[in-house]
Design a protein around this ligand. Structure first.
Ligand code: GCW
Length: 658
């Protein structure tokens, strides 16, 4: 080889190695929190136990590990014990073994000692379920991380999805949107569902489907979907048999009925209980369940927050034992802050599950860093975890290379699984685990931990402090449009319905002399919330129409406090950017710049929120913005004209860019 050729050879070998290196080790977020290097290649994998063995063989770097079965352990639970040089993982089921293995690998990855292990774990909830809002055309409703991962379910991607879920104990997934297309039950579509179920089964994950209540008409060609009609019941029986022939461990149905235009039993003069129990009856012989959503509201209701309680309380105790009522954490809709939904403490004889939303429909989509575990912890401080049967989370996953659109949004997926496994884990414990696994142990990650823990409150501050809610843009729910009220649109789809700003003050009067929503809460809370002087200020305008000059605990007037809160939110968002910038030496270049770009959007958006809200509410309060807060830098008329041309299936690329 002459010199030139040698140089060319060396250069191309070097480039090839670089390309290979960046493919394998590219820090694009695709490896999620599962970032252990492959130690060996595993072979002969079958079933869940096979997966447990394969994970060990592939990633475990320590001494011998024995997997043992023992009958009397709780379902999905496990023990991990050191016995001399060996580690023994014992479980009553294969899934328990898999979870035990992931626990051990987590210890390895977070650099904890694996000597003298004596661990005993069991999941708090049997059902730990992700709800995908994925449509057959591949769009994801309120999905901000690209298209559905199930559309062209690539086997490597599905494997990673399954591993990630299993690593945090998620054991169920609803594959399609609750606004379900009837075709979800067509024979062709069920074939695809089966293929996905087959890919997820080895990781202990069952699949579920959202169904359209009118399927007997739309798919079956019947003239009715009346749940008490014999032909309708037979159609469902046949359909369910068909599903179980394909997917013997199919989990069951999720149903959004008589809500936001979806069909339901009320269309046929029947009740939620009639509808849910009919489906429960046909699923029962197969051990399937029905998750029936309580997300209902109607335009004629004087208070949307009252409605789920009014519609569901009359049926408390009337649902079959394989029906679980799935209730959003708050009574309105996944807002940055809501009180808990009063149904949770009111229903005493009904199985319930909570639905959290991981996809940040109302919390800055995939642009804002908002760690949600503190919000769930707040919920669980009012609703006893033991009063619930299960936990569901609306998935924030798409086909973006980093899965969730924002590297830190992965933490919400991770946290959901961990919290469903053990709701007593603190947000800090979970964030700490996630950070160490995701960003490694280099450098001091504690500023990031602090940032994550503060992020939800910061978002509340710059978007909707002091109990304000639902003042989002009409179509995409990303930015502020407290003024949005097109003529003729139903009032409960417009922000003024919620904020009720006028010359006296702002807020929704839900006291006993207002919509009486407070009465849906237990006595002590009812009293607390009903009195403007005892109501927590974090929920003040949720429950009260608060006069602009109302004296707050800080000594400020309500108006001045509002200005301070918005300003505090902006300062926090800017601070997050500074914290991140200081992490540059410890984070790989790609993730560093991608997160930095998002934090810049978040900081700019926080100003947009503050300016839009303060300038708009000022047209009612007629009070000056206090001297000691930063004054708006945008003009109200320009913000009112600003539009983000996206559908409800997209992430706004740049946020506010004027
Ligand atoms: O939050 C609202 C969303 C809808 C969603 C609905 C629901 C799936 O804006 O996009 O529809 O809630 O939870 O059913």
């Amino acid at each position: 080889m002459n010199d030139m050729k040698t140089k060319y050879f060396l250069l191309s070998t070097f480039l090839l190695l670089m390309v290979r290196w960046s493919c394998v080790y590219g820090e694009d977020g695709s490896r999620l929190w599962l970032r252990l290097e492959t130690a060996n290649t595993a072979t002969n994998i079958t079933g869940v136990k096979g997966m447990a063995m394969s994970e060990l063989e592939t990633y475990w770097l320590g001494g011998p590990v024995v997997l043992k079965r023992q009958k009397n352990l709780p379902k999905d639970g496990y023990t991990i014990k050191s016995q001399g040089a060996k580690i023994v993982i014992t479980a009553s089921s294969d899934a328990g073994m898999l979870y035990g293995v992931f626990h051990l690998l987590r210890l390895q990855q977070t650099g904890q000692s694996c000597d003298q292990l004596d661990i005993c774990e069991k999941p708090f909830y049997d059902l730990r379920i992700l709800d995908h809002w994925d449509n057959p055309d591949g769009t994801c409703e309120r999905g901000f991380a690209g298209k559905s991962i199930f559309l062209n379910a690539d086997s490597e991607r599905m494997k990673m999805y399954a591993r990630a879920n299993a690593s945090v104990g998620i054991n169920g997934t609803v594959l399609n949107n609750v606004n379900a297309k009837p075709e979800a039950l067509s024979t062709a579509s069920l074939g695809k569902t089966k293929a996905i179920a087959d890919q997820l089964r080895p990781y202990g994950i069952r699949v579920y489907l959202s169904i359209n209540f009118a399927s007997p008409i739309k798919v079956g060609g019947l003239t009715t979907a009346d749940p008490l009609d014999a032909k309708v019941i037979d159609w469902w029986k046949e359909k369910v048999n068909e599903i179980y022939r394909l997917i013997p461990d199919f989990g069951g149905f999720l149903v959004k009925a008589n809500s936001e235009g979806e069909p339901g039993p009320q269309d046929f003069g029947r009740t939620h209980a009639d509808g849910a129990n009919m489906l429960a009856g046909v699923l029962k012989p197969h051990k399937g369940i029905v998750m029936w959503r309580a997300f209902v509201y109607a335009p004629q209701s004087p208070d949307r927050a009252n409605q789920a309680y009014l519609e569901f309380m009359p049926f408390d105790g009337q649902f079959a034992d394989n029906v679980i009522i799935q209730i959003k954490n708050g009574p309105v809709d996944f807002q940055p802050r809501e009180p808990y939904s009063p149904l949770f403490t009111a229903m005493q004889k009904t199985q319930m599950m909570v639905e959290f939303q991981l996809t940040q429909e109302y919390l800055g989509a995939a642009n804002h860093l908002v760690y949600l575990a503190p919000m769930w912890q707040e919920f669980f401080s009012f609703v006893k975890p033991s009063s619930l049967k299960a936990m569901a989370g609306v998935a924030n996953i798409g086909d973006d290379i980093n899965w969730c659109g924002h590297h830190f949004a992965q933490a919400n997926w991770y946290a959901f699984g961990r919290a469903a496994w053990n709701p007593a884990l603190t947000p800090a414990q979970i964030a700490d685990e996630w950070l160490t696994q995701t960003f490694g142990e280099q450098g001091n990650l504690s500023p990031l931990l602090k940032l994550m823990l503060e992020s939800r409150e910061a978002c509340v501050n710059y978007m909707m402090p002091l109990g304000i809610h639902h003042i989002f843009a009409g179509t995409h729910h990303y930015g502020p449009e407290p003024w949005y009220a097109p003529r003729g649109l139903r009032a409960d789809w417009t922000p003024p319905y919620y904020h009720r700003a006028d010359s006296i003050g702002m807020g929704f009067d839900r006291t006993t002399t207002g919509s009486a929503n407070v009465r849906q809460y237990p006595e002590a809370l009812c009293r607390l919330y009903n009195d403007i002087n005892t109501c927590p200020e974090t929920l003040l305008t949720w429950f009260h129409h608060v006069p602009w000059d109302h004296k707050m605990k800080s000594g400020r007037t309500f108006w001045d406090e509002l200005c301070h809160k918005y300003d505090e939110g902006v300062r926090e968002a800017r601070h997050f950017l500074a914290v991140w910038d200081a992490m540059q030496p410890y984070v790989d270049a790609q993730r560093f710049s991608e997160v930095q770009r998002k934090l810049r959007i978040q900081a700019r958006d926080s100003e947009w929120w503050r300016d839009a809200c303060l300038l708009y509410f000022q047209t009612f309060s007629h009070r000056p913005i206090p001297q000691d807060v930063e004054h708006p830098v945008h003009n109200l008329d320009e913000m009112m004209k600003f539009r983000i041309p996206i559908s409800m299936y997209e992430n706004p690329e740049n946020g506010y860019n004027k």
